[in-house]
Design a protein around this ligand. Sequence first.
Ligand code: BGP
Length: 464
Amino acid sequence: MTKYQFPQDFYWGSAASGPQSEGRYEGDGKGDSIWDLWYKKQPELFFNQVGPEKTSQAYIRIKEDVALLKATGHNSYRTSIQWSRLIPEGRGAVNPAAVAFYNELIDELIANDIEPFINMYHFDMPAVLQAEGGWTNRATVDAYEEYARTCFELFGDRVKKWFTHNEPIVPVEGGYLYEFHYPAIVNLKDAVQVAFHEMLSSARAIAAYREMKQDGTIGIVLNLTPSYPRDENNAADVKAAQFADAFFNRSFLDPSVKGEYPADLVADLKAIDMLPTYEAADLELIKNNTVDLLGINYYQPRRIKARETAHNYTVPMPEDFFETYDMPGKKMNPYRGWEIYEKGIYDCLTNIRENYGNIPCYISENGMGVENEERFIDENGQINDDYRIEFVTDHLKFVHQAIQEGSNVKGYHMWTFIDNWSWLNAYKNRYGFVSLDLANDGKRTIKKSGHWYKEVATNNGFDA
Ligand code: BGP
C-alpha cells in the first residue's frame, strides 16, 4: 500500500457545463444557442432524439444539487454560464432571470464552502450570432468581450476563478472539420479563422478582466491530447506527431500561456495558404494577455504515424499532415470506445512544468464514459461503478507523481457531477458521480464512486 497524499488546499471537484445541465423552462428568458437551433432542424442527429432542453434540471434544483456536491466531498465545482441565457440575443439586453439564477447558484456554492470555477464559453454560440457567421465573423469577438465584461460586472465580486473557453479546439473540429457541431461544414480555412477568433476573444476577455481591476484569476480550459509517434526513431512519424500536437494542442496552449503562436504550425499553414486573417495589433494583444491559470482536460492521447495512404477528404485537411493508427495492445475503455492511457495525464502536466513555466494548473476534466450504465445498478438502486473508481485512482496516481516532481497542480475535477446531456451523444455515455433517472423526473442517486470520492476528498488523498 502506498499513501497518496495531496497538497493542502487541493481542490476536489467535478465539472459540468450550463448547456449540458440547466435545461430550458417556460418564461426563463433564455435565447436559442446553436444546440437549440440544430435540434429544431435535425433532431434525428441526436442520440435517441434527445435534445438540449432535456437535461438534469440544474436550473430548478440548485439547493438539492449543492447538497449533493457537499455529500460527495466537493470543495470546488466547475460549470459555465450560458451566453444565450444571460444575453439572449448575443449582445445587448441582459436577462434578469438568468442573473437571478446564476446569483443563486454562486451564493449557494459559496455558502457551502464550494469554490465556483466559472467558464464563459462551452460550445454554446447564441443562434443570433451564428446566423452572422459565429466565430468566423470578427464581430463575434466584440460581442464576446461585451458578454465577458457583463459576467465580471455581475458575478466578479464572488467568482474568483474564471475561464474564457472550454476546449476551444472542439468548436473548430466539430463545427468546421468533422461535422459534430453546428454548422457542421468542412472547411479548413474557416476552421483556422474560428480558432484564431476564439483565441483573440480569450485575450480580449483577459484584457478586460485586468482593466476592470477584478480581484481573482482568469484562465482557459484546454483539452490536451498528447500525440505519440508510432516510432520515435522514424523522423516522418515524429514530424507527423509534431503537427498533430501543434494543430490540436499548441495552437491554443502557446498563445494562451506564452502569448505567441508556434512557429512550426504557422509555417505549415502558410505553406498551404491557410493562415487566418488578422490584424497586427491582435498579436500584440495576445502577447500581453496570457492566462493566470490553466485548466487541463485529459481523456485520451493521439497515436500518430506519417501519412501512408490517401485520406477520404477532397478538400485540404489537417489529415494531410498525419494519420492516426490503431496502436496494437492499447488499453480500451470496455464500455465506450476510447483508449485509456493514464500516464498521458502525467505527460501533459510534465510538459506544462518543463515547457510552459510551470504555470498553476488544475485538471478541469478527466473521466470515463459508460454506455448503458443502468446494467450496473444494484438492488438498492445504486450504480456500482468500480471501473470509474479504478479509472480515477489510476489517473490520480499520475497526478500525484507529477506534483511530487514539482508540477504546480491545484486540483482535480472529474467529468462530471450528475450524468448529463452531451451534445449529439445526448445521454449515450454516462459520466457522473451521481446518476440521473430521466424516466423518474431526474431523480439523483449517488453512485459508489461518489461515496468513494467523498472519502478521498475528506482525507485529501488515498491509499492504494
Ligand atoms: C468534453 C467536453 C464535455 C463532454 C465530454 C464528454 O470534451 O468538454 O462537454 O462532452 O467531453 O463527451 P462525450 O459525452 O461525447 O463522451
